[in-house]
Design a protein around this ligand. Structure first.
Ligand code: B12
Ligand code: SF4
Length: 466
């Protein structure tokens, strides 16, 4: 059994979801590396990964299909890229209709029924892919119907078979570490990282918080033991990695876990640098001190807004004092900061947004990101918009059933159009970054040529978008 895992290319993504602002970079498809490592360890399967985010055109896919000739193809699915995903699946089925196509990833938690109805999809995986997808391969390998595999839904003679879902791996320590040797690391880079080579890593999955705009909380929160995590970090350090990006929604859910992780890193003398996504309410002097000593180089904080009514509306459960204290403490311990802001709240005016940007400048994080409040299906915000009559029906469901190129997201603002919001986002970036002091600060802290060029590339994109 030959298995090909694909991370899809950016192709005709929903335009109204994200205005083009800056270059984030190319990250490894960590979920697929986890699945590949598990399949190799458990069954020694012949697995390949094709990252079409880096190999952007279809020639590489043609070559891989021809040379590798897979029996089973698994593809990561994002809601905002459904049109491109259907194109990719049809392309593979056109090449060889016998290839079994399984879709997994974040979109399947949102619209499993709709996705299974696609004629070119044979099965789907809901939740964690490692065990479920491996069991699917085992069943297909011996021509068995994949019944009783939690997380796997499939078609059998026009019948839909839905096993229990989602697949949740409770003890993350039982998983082998993601095998990064499946992909050439030189393709991966990002503006946010200061040293190379860098890679992504997770200490936990899911999130216990319930911010109304976010889908991370749809997955149960689980975390790795500090020693298991430190084993992977130690291995990566020995492999020559210089920087790690913890990509889970929130790294600092519990002070106790963060302290234990930091102490484990410190006791093993791990000098590798890393960045985390953090909440401002779980930051204090001791935690900041430990984070710094353990190698934390940067915290990306979800600030979202400085208006208490907005923070209440999105159920962020943080306050202005916690925001300001966290930035003060991170700065005190020499940890770089990024502040994420949301604009486009229902009643927010241009003046309110300009005040947010003024606040961002006053807060003085090293970096800031601005994005538009976007109602994602199956979130409380999306339901709120249905209840308030912004749209009459689950309009995303229609797109999930029949993705079209010209689909547009309905935003929350009662005052501003998407075009106006996009324009003000670009203005916000310019206002925040195009200041002599900020430019000097960013260039001054740039450590490598690669980081320098990534920043130049982002700046050019920013300027071209003016
Ligand atoms: C790093 C990251 C990126 C990177 C790289 C993505 C990549 N190649 O993996 C970059 C910056 C490029 C990126 C881009 C985007 N991202 Co992104 N990204 C993430 C992030 C922060 C981490 C992903 C990760 O490594 N997770 C850890 C691994 C272990 O989990 P996982 O990827 O979910 O994989 C597990 C399961 O989902 C499943 N699985 C995944 N794929 C498959 C495939 C098969 C066949 C099977 C069986 C199972 C399976 O099994 C895996 C192991 O258990 C997540 C949030 C998060 N913390 O997960 C958002 C997230 C995945 N991104 C998201 C979005 C919206 C985007 C963009 C559309 C945003 C944009 N502005 O352009 C683009 C689209 C991606 C693309 N093709 O261009 C959303 C997806 C929401 C949705 N419903 O689709 C997420 C969930 C963030 C969020 N809460 O909104 N992203
Ligand atoms: S915004 Fe952050 S804290 Fe809130 S649910 Fe999402 S990941 Fe968790």
């Amino acid at each position: 059994m030959k298995i090909l895992l694909i991370s899809p290319p950016r192709f005709k993504m929903i335009k109204s979801a994200f205005p083009k602002t800056h270059f984030e970079g190319h990250f490894i498809p960590l979920g697929l590396l986890y699945i590949a490592a598990y399949m190799k360890k458990e069954k020694d399967y012949n697995v390949k990964i094709l990252d079409m985010l880096t190999a952007r055109d279809y020639n590489k896919l043609d070559d891989t299909l021809k040379i590798f000739n897979p029996d089973l193809v698994g593809i990561t699915s994002y809601t905002y890229e459904l049109f491109g995903l259907t194109y990719l699946c049809k392309y593979i089925k056109n090449y060889n209709p016998k290839i079994h196509i399984n879709l997994g990833g974040p979109h399947l938690t949102l619209y499993p029924d709709e996705t299974l109805k696609f004629p070119f999809v044979d099965s789907i995986t809901i939740g964690d892919g490692e065990i479920a997808f491996t069991k699917l391969a085992e069943a297909l390998n011996i021509n068995q119907i994949p019944v009783d595999i939690p997380g796997i839904w499939f078609k059998n003679n026009n019948q839909y078979i839905k096993n229990n879902s989602p697949a949740i791996i409770k003890n993350l320590d039982t998983l082998p570490f993601p095998d990064r040797s499946f992909l050439p690391q030189q393709y991966y880079s990002a503006t946010a990282h200061r040293e190379y080579p860098f890679t992504t890593i997770v200490g936990s999955r899911g999130c216990p918080y319930k911010c109304i705009f976010c889908t991370m909380s749809t997955s149960i929160y689980r975390y790795r033991s500090p020693s298991n995590l430190a084993d992977e970090v130690e291995m990566l350090s020995k492999q020559g990695y210089k920087y790690l990006d913890f990509v889970e929604g929130t790294f600092n859910v519990s002070k106790k876990w963060v302290s234990n992780v930091c102490n484990e890193f410190i006791s093993r003398n791990l000098t590798i640098k890393w960045l985390i996504n953090g909440r401002v309410d779980i930051i204090d002097d001791d935690i900041c001190n430990l984070l710094k000593k353990a190698g934390c180089d940067k915290i990306e904080f979800g600030v979202e807004s400085f208006a208490p009514n907005n923070l209440d509306f999105i159920k962020k459960r943080i306050n202005i004092k916690q925001i300001e204290d966290s930035f003060y403490l991170a700065n005190k311990y020499g940890i770089k900061t990024n502040a994420d802001f949301i604009i486009g709240f229902p009643e927010e005016t241009i003046k309110d947004i300009k005040d947010t940007v003024k606040y961002a400048i006053k807060l003085n994080p090293n970096y800031a990101r601005f994005c538009i409040l976007t109602p994602v299906p199956k979130t409380e915000l999306y339901q709120w918009m249905i209840d308030k009559g912004y749209f009459k029906r689950d309009y995303f469901q229609e797109y999930a059933l029949n993705p079209s190129e010209d689909f547009a997201v309905i935003h929350c603002s009662n005052i501003l159009t998407f075009q106006q919001l996009s324009k003000i986002i670009k203005w916000s970036y310019r206002k925040f970054y195009l200041r002599i002091g900020k430019i000097y600060e960013i260039l001054f802290e740039t450590k490598t040529l690669k980081e320098f060029f990534n920043k130049i590339r982002s700046s050019i994109r920013l300027l071209l978008n003016i």
